[in-house]
Design a protein around this ligand. Sequence first.
Ligand code: NAD
Length: 277
Amino acid sequence: MIPLRDGTTIPQLGFGTYLVEPSETTATVAAALEIGYRHIDTAQMYENEAEVGDAVAASGLPRAELYLTSKLSNAAHRPDDVRRTFDETLAKLKVDYLDLFLMHWPLPTRYDGDFVSTWKAMTDLLADGRLRSVGVSNFEPAHLDRIIDETGVVPVVNQIEVHPYFPNTAAREASLAHGIKVEAWGPLGQGAVLRDETIAEIGRAHGKSVPQVTLRWHIQRGDVIFPKSTHPDRMRENFALFDFTLSTAEMAAIDALDRGESGRVGAHPDTFDWIPT
Ligand code: NAD
């Protein structure tokens, strides 16, 4: 558990559900909960919130032991849609509060460039106890400055693409400078780092796999991660990160794999403008 700036805590290791088919989601999340994951990351745009909710309900776990994150759809940036879709998210997840709600993308070229009224509407959700923490995702330094300057409310996290090939240093350091925790999405580069020979060699010294070494690198940097897999054996592998430590030299060797902008596997937040219909 690591602390966030609003006084809450978040499990540093969670489970991601991007591109988990709705038909597979309930069984996949049930397996993750069985293995021990207690932090689940979903989103309105993943279209699997109801199935995540089914797995949570069937688990019988006390609500207080779970940490649930969802994210605002790119189609729902208008304040009325923020409120309406947040209600839908709670109903689909079958819970009476959400731990963390994120603005999925800033969409600076959409909605007349106004992501500030969206942020304001999201922060207003904190008032009645149905939302514990509010944050953002895919925010560049200038996007962070703008919502903080114009509303005074600092997000607790910024969920951004971060992995050895694309450490996203400018956005990561701007977040940390504001006291915003970084959540690293695509912690394995969505698979891009899995054949890396430098990481494999470090793994051999510890009897650990490439995914385990990569995820451990994130943990030691202090970022929150939620690797995704639909295979229980890989979920177990990705959960076994706390019985070894990378040395300073090993951390530096992984830091050196930075490919700059060419290492990015996802979209650039300044230009990404996709809105689901
Ligand atoms: P990831 O880096 O977690 O990689 C997932 C890929 O790696 C999958 O193809 C999986 O099969 C493979 N993999 C995972 N563990 C493995 C193992 N032990 N051995 C071999 N292969 C393994 O990428 P991701 O799923 O895109 O990112 C993690 C989570 O971050 C997502 O599920 C989602 O919750 C979140 N996310 C958020 C955004 C955003 O815009 N905010 C974007 C992408 C992802």
